[in-house]
Design a protein around this ligand. Structure first.
Ligand SMILES: Nc1ncnc2c1ncn2[C@@H]1O[C@H](COP(=O)(O)OP(=O)(O)OP(=O)(O)O)[C@@H](O)[C@H]1O
Length: 817
């Protein structure tokens, strides 16, 4: 082992500084070649065994290049176990990295357990990049608490963490006792995490605690807060991922042991025939599709166990647009800002900057419905860019675009990658595929048949030339049966052959074997974590209600129709009845009056049921793509549902008013003893409307598409009519089932208020002593008592709660993580 004395090194020869958080070792570089390793006789730059286990026995080679050195991972045959990283790029064993004065690499990726390797060349002290590692020595702080945030203000007791998802003052570090510190979240929008767990109160900092705030990672130890990761670079490593689905009880593999590394700043296209598994692969990489086996790591951390840490850093544009067509571009972005960014952000500035980035400044005030397909896609991209995600997934962003727009989209994605983002897209349009750094060619059955640079695929698949006009022939080659030596080879066999060939190819070794990096071997793994801290539910409800209010208001035709349906129906009913007065008790009593009044009240019931159901049944399902996307970010189910209920409840109030006023104008009012007619009518109507709105929301949260929602309305209406008890006397099971309808309770409430029983004349006895059968008999269901009316109203209220409960369940079932 060489001399590790710093004094003899500095000012003389280049040297490596290795720091494991506890100790620092210096290795002078004096020969043309060196081998770095742990406790290994072949390594001349040798660390001791204890505390340096992250380092492999033969971890890296150094080769002199002029006055500097090149560093190469592994021993020339095998890559090292924990790798060498520069900004999360893994340095491979063949090309390596030229070291310049001041460069810092990391050995391993686990913030708690990595080694920093810094190269210094005293003869070149002006050149190179000095790593801007920032930190804070808590021992030296004079003013408490220490503020951590996007713009914490003070210079002396703060640490600035500039990112859109970080609140202005995000967290505070407080001193407890002489040498102990605790951290407290400052009601931040996206939460503070300690060792992967969101914190609510104050948490005492133990040595090696990893604090995550937005994209930043800090490690606390020895009274220091050290900024370990600025989160501006994300690498992704997929290890042997397998996805299985159940089809009619049989398991089917739709992803087959796929491994691939995606480095920070790379633009990667997932290509292949229809049904090959591209979208499935993207969703597994993104963490929203379950895995049968394997793992996906982001910067070495298991994505599924730490999804909430990366939630705000992942952008995802699904195949369907994630924008409301009835909103203006500006409104879409404002509402996304409110839901995703801390409230103390200057939204206008962020929106202006983002629109410039996607070249849509000129359509800022245009309605989404008036944009072209390509512009709409770019608005979806802009929505995701607001939070400045470092990992960006796009599912077929160019589908349906003309070749010009396709090219523009690829240029935009290239720019996003060049700004340091890791961009992954699924695409069928391969004309501009050369913009990508890597393509993953998937074969039917979810097999990875090639991963590497786009042009390399032409070579690998033995195409006649590198001309990309032959690229589509690769699809044909992998998707057609062949006869080889007289034997027929089906597509699955052909795909598996190519997958196998790739696994043993030099391309696999270069683009996967040398670059793939493992997960963190955390000596103290934390258990899977709870959901993240969120924007306050009240604020979410407010923002969502504002947005939904605008949307409902913009759909003027439906709104007016829904408001006018009831008054118009009542007017038509009045015209149909002519001079008849269904609610006024006639003297002497007529046998037909009770049934007539009941039928008219039944129209009131049916009206409320229909209006309530039809206005709400599409409310959730028609924006389910947007809901799913926002839910992945931070949307709460209760604020979301409450915003729907609030707006529809408001409309129901207006409808109740219109129905009451129209009924009072068009029909002679009854004179009930229990409660004034207008009040009883309004209360029963409102409760019926709310119960049906809740039923509509429940349906909307469970159906798969809008058509299913519409198809379910007629049978529900029919059941309510049949089981209302108005058309038929209900017995046995029918009577029991009617307890679950709203028509029964609504109609009984109206009938009790009007006092239908009082409209039934006494039985007529004929001279021969026989009694004429009554057309209609008084019923205890219509008793004009508070007990009866209270029961009817309570049942309507109970059903409202029940359906809302089922709506919450339906929405929760949509959750993928
Ligand atoms: N949840 C699921 N249940 C059953 N089969 C599924 C499921 N998800 C995907 N599949 C099947 O897995 C295969 C791969 O689907 P995937 O959508 O990933 O393909 P793709 O390559 O993206 O196709 P396309 O280019 O047509 O969109 C298809 O055969 C699909 O039917």
């Amino acid at each position: 082992m060489l001399n590790q004395d710093t004094k003899t090194i500095v000012g003389a020869v280049p040297y490596l500084e290795l720091n494991n958080g506890k100790a620092t070792i210096h290795f002078p570089l004096i020969g043309p070649k060196h081998q770095l390793g742990r406790n290994c006789p072949w390594a001349d730059l040798q660390t001791p065994e204890d505390d340096w286990q992250v380092l492999s026995r033969e971890h890296a080679r150094l080769v002199q290049m002029g006055k500097d050195y090149q560093i190469l991972d592994g021993n020339g045959q095998e890559p090292s176990r924990n790798g060498l990283f520069m900004n999360h790029h893994r340095i491979d064993g063949s090309q390596g990295q030229i070291l310049r004065h001041g460069m810092t690499l990391t050995i391993g990726q686990n913030p708690k357990n990595l080694i920093r390797l810094t190269y210094c060349n005293p003869s070149d002290s002006t050149a190179g990049v000095t790593p801007s590692q920032r930190g804070l020595s808590l021992k030296n702080v004079k003013e408490w608490p220490v503020l951590l945030g996007r713009s914490p203000g003070s210079e002396y007791n703060s640490l600035e963490l500039p990112a859109p998802t970080v609140s202005r003052i995000h967290a505070r570090v407080e001193r407890v006792g002489a040498d102990r510190y605790q951290i407290r979240d400052n009601s931040s929008a996206n939460g503070t995490f300690v060792n992967g767990q969101p914190i609510s109160g104050a948490v005492v900092l133990e040595d090696n605690a990893v604090i995550t705030i937005g994209p930043f990672q800090l490690v606390y130890r020895y009274h220091q807060l050290e900024l370990r990761d600025r989160g501006n670079q994300i690498r992704l490593d997929a290890h042997q991922i397998v996805r299985e689905v159940s089809i009619k009880g049989d398991k089917k593999r739709i992803l087959n042991q796929v491994s691939l590394p995606i480095e920070p700043g790379q633009l990667v296209a997932l290509v292949g025939g229809s049904g090959a598994g591209k979208s499935t692969l993207m969703k597994t990489l993104l963490g929203i599709e379950p895995l049968r086996a394997g793992a996906v790591y982001l910067n070495g951390m298991d994505l599924r166990q730490n999804f909430h840490l990366y939630r705000t850093q992942i952008g995802y544009v699904p195949q369907d647009d994630i924008v409301h067509y009835q909103l203006r571009v500006d409104e879409v972005l404002h509402s996304a800002c409110k839901l995703r960014l801390p409230p103390d952000t200057d939204f206008n500035q962020v929106i202006t900057q983002t629109l410039k980035q996607v070249q849509l400044s000129h359509v800022r005030n245009t309605f989404i419905k008036d944009l072209s397909g390509g512009q709409r896609k770019r608005v979806s991209i802009a929505v995701e860019l607001l939070a400045d995600p470092k990992l960006f997934f796009l599912d077929e962003p160019t589908s349906g675009l003309d070749p010009g727009l396709d090219k523009q989209m690829m240029i935009l994605l290239r720019e996003l990658a060049d700004q340091g983002r890791t961009v992954v897209l699924v695409t069928h349009a391969t004309a501009n595929i050369t913009s990508c750094d890597r393509i993953a060619f998937m074969g039917r059955g979810g097999y990875l048949c090639y991963y590497g640079p786009p042009l390399g695929a032409m070579d690998f698949f033995e195409m006649p030339s590198n001309d990309l006009q032959y690229f589509s022939d690769v699809y044909i080659k992998l998707d057609q049966e062949q006869v080889i030596n007289g034997q027929r080879r089906g597509v699955p066999a052909i795909v598996q052959d190519w997958c196998q060939r790739f696994k043993t190819s030099p391309q696999h070794r270069q683009y996967i074997g040398q670059t793939l990096s493992g997960g963190n071997q955390d000596p103290d793994p934390t258990p899977p974590s709870r959901p993240p801290t969120r924007l306050s539910p009240l604020r979410q409800w407010l923002y969502l209600s504002q947005r939904y209010g605008i949307l409902v208001n913009r759909d003027r035709f439906s709104l007016i129709l829904s408001l006018l349906t009831a008054p118009l129906t009542l007017i038509i009913l009045k015209l149909a009845l002519g001079d008849e007065t269904p609610f006024k008790v006639i003297d002497p009593l007529e046998p037909s009056q009770g049934p007539l009044a009941l039928r008219v009240l039944f129209i009131f019931t049916c009206l409320s049921i229909w209006i309530g159901l039809s206005s709400s049944v599409q409310a959730i399902i028609k924006e389910v793509t947007i809901y799913n996307r926002e839910r992945l970010v931070n949307l709460g189910i209760l604020p979301y549902l409450a915003s729907k209920l609030g707006i529809h409840g408001g409309i129901a109030l207006v409808q109740t008013l219109l129905i009451t006023v129209t009924a009072l104008i068009t029909f002679d009012p009854p004179e009930p003893e229990l409660i004034p007619w207008w009040l009883g009518l309004a209360t029963t109507t409102f409760l019926t409307l709310m119960a049906n709105i809740s039923l509509g929301l429940m349906i909307s949260s469970w159906v798969k598409n809008e058509d299913q929602g519409n198809s379910i309305l007629p049978p529900i209406m029919l059941f309510q009519i049949i089981l209302s008890g108005v058309l038929f006397q209900l017995n046995g099971l029918g009577d029991l089932l009617s307890f679950m309808t709203m028509s029964r309770w609504s109609n009984n409430a109206y009938a009790a208020i009007v006092n239908i029983n009082a409209m039934v004349p006494p039985p007529v006895t004929l001279p021969d002593g026989s009694v004429v059968p009554a057309v209609f008999e008084p019923s205890s269901l219509y008793d004009p008592t508070w007990e009866n009316l209270g029961l009817c109203w309570a049942m309507l209220g109970l059903q409202t709660l029940l359906y809302l409960g089922f709506s919450v369940w339906g929405l929760a079932k949509k959750d993928v993580v």
